[in-house]
Design a protein around this ligand. Structure first.
Ligand SMILES: *[C@@H]1O[C@H](CO)[C@@H](O)[C@H](O)[C@H]1NC(C)=O
Ligand SMILES: *[C@@H]1O[C@H](CO)[C@@H](O)[C@H](O)[C@H]1NC(C)=O
Ligand SMILES: *[C@@H]1O[C@H](CO)[C@@H](O)[C@H](O)[C@H]1NC(C)=O
Length: 373
């Protein structure tokens, strides 16, 4: 009996040693940040909305047609989204799983240590944007992330949890839906609040910036110290808002005003909180170049949806199994009525990670990881 145990132990030992060596190696060659926490909207959603009763879901074909295993995971894309590419750049073992897919799992506590994705398609800065159809940004912060924070504190103790969070990257992508719904109220919002907006475009953007400031401060208070934040894309050039040729001028104006306001509130925030570092990526500078010089950027279709239905730009309806699918997904800027293709997300993430001003300021995401605090 004793010798059998001995044999098992001695046979087991090399494996244990191998495992220890591997752990050490993994530690040594680990990611550029211990974890990635993601908050925001459908650009970043990795399947949150699969867990909701909502029309804003993407867990059906043709979404995912280029994802490993040809799987519709809930990402609003033909393949990977920007968070997946960000996780690769950060050398993390995987893209963070949706909070709602793991929060009841027995291993959730250990998963929280490497990152979680809270993003929900349809979410906006305002909690009235697509209300009831998504997890609002407020809820992502005050209910979901704060629970993860509490769990980290419980696991690691206050000091270690704070240290862990201060080295982690927080990716925030929010604001586009508020502007889209202002310019062209979604069916959801038309039903919920059928009145036209009472604020002027400038007042509306100013009120978004004010709310965002408060939301980012709450994230700071919950431990966020390294934030990668993505400004609004030139939304007027999305297939859904394009006319025959022209981009929607009001949507583009509001997007650029939003980005100016976000830049200014981040400057204020970093004056107020010197131990907070950020990287602000403005996707509009790169995307406007794609629109103006398609061939130089490897595109041939910059205005129409690859997967969609109806209208001038194949974008009257979202991507469903009944949609027409373009035959070349790598020469389209847009996947559906508003979301980028995998190739576009990949290109933009590379710029955010390695690029410089005016694309990404005051530092790129690579530098956001490297900068000591
Ligand atoms: C929605 O946002 C408003 C304004 O920012 C805030 O006062 C309110 O508490 C929020 N509601 C929820 C449920 O988060
Ligand atoms: C969240 O984290 C912050 C900073 O690490 C800490 O001060 C706070 O107590 C935590 N909140 C909860 C609810 O655990
Ligand atoms: C698809 O488009 C890309 C980029 O323009 C091009 O390199 C590739 O050859 C095209 N593929 C096919 C099958 O036409």
């Amino acid at each position: 009996m004793g010798s059998r145990i001995g044999m098992v132990v001695s046979r087991g030992l090399p494996c244990v040693l191998l495992l220890l060596a591997c752990c050490w190696l993994c530690e040594a060659g680990a990611g550029l940040a211990p974890a990635l926490y993601v908050l925001g909207d459908s650009q970043a959603d990795a399947g949150t909305n699969n867990h909701l009763v909502t029309v804003l879901r993407a867990d059906h074909p043709h979404n995912g047609v280029d994802y490993p295993g040809c799987k519709a995971t809930g990402r609003f894309s033909n393949g990977k989204n920007f968070v997946d590419f960000l996780a690769e750049h950060l050398k993390l073992p995987s893209s963070p799983p949706p909070y709602l897919s793991i929060c009841n799992a027995p291993s959730s506590n250990s998963i929280y240590l490497t990152g979680v994705n809270f993003a929900s398609g349809g979410a906006g800065v305002s909690n009235q944007t697509n209300q009831g159809q998504c997890i609002s940004f407020d809820h992502q912060i005050d209910h979901h992330f704060s629970k993860v924070n509490a769990s980290l504190v419980q696991q690691l103790g206050q000091a270690q949890a704070s240290a862990h969070l201060s080295r982690s990257i927080f990716a925030v992508a929010i604001g586009g839906n508020d502007i889209l719904n202002y310019v062209r109220p979604s069916l959801v919002n038309q039903v919920l609040s059928p009145c036209p907006p009472t604020q002027s475009p400038d007042e509306f953007v100013a009120s978004l910036a004010l709310s965002l400031q408060d939301q980012l401060q709450r994230l700071y208070k919950l431990g966020m110290r390294r934030m990668f934040i993505i400004g609004a894309a030139p939304l007027g050039c999305c297939p859904v808002l394009r006319g025959k040729e022209e981009c929607d001028a009001l949507a583009n104006y509001m997007s650029s005003q939003y980005n100016i306001k976000v830049a200014s509130l981040l400057r204020d925030m970093s004056d107020k909180y010197p131990d907070m570092l950020y990287s602000l990526f403005d996707p509009s500078i790169a995307m406007l170049d794609y629109f103006q010089r398609p061939e130089a950027n490897g595109y041939s279709v910059v205005d129409a949806a690859c997967c969609g239905l109806g209208g001038e730009k194949n974008a009257m309806f979202s991507c469903t199994p009944a949609s027409s699918l373009c035959n070349n997904r790598t020469n389209h800027v847009f996947w559906d009525f508003v979301h980028p293709t995998e190739i576009t997300a990949q290109k933009l993430t590379a710029v955010a990670f390695h690029g410089s001003a005016p694309f990404v300021t005051p530092r790129n995401v690579g530098q956001l990881c490297d900068t000591a605090m």
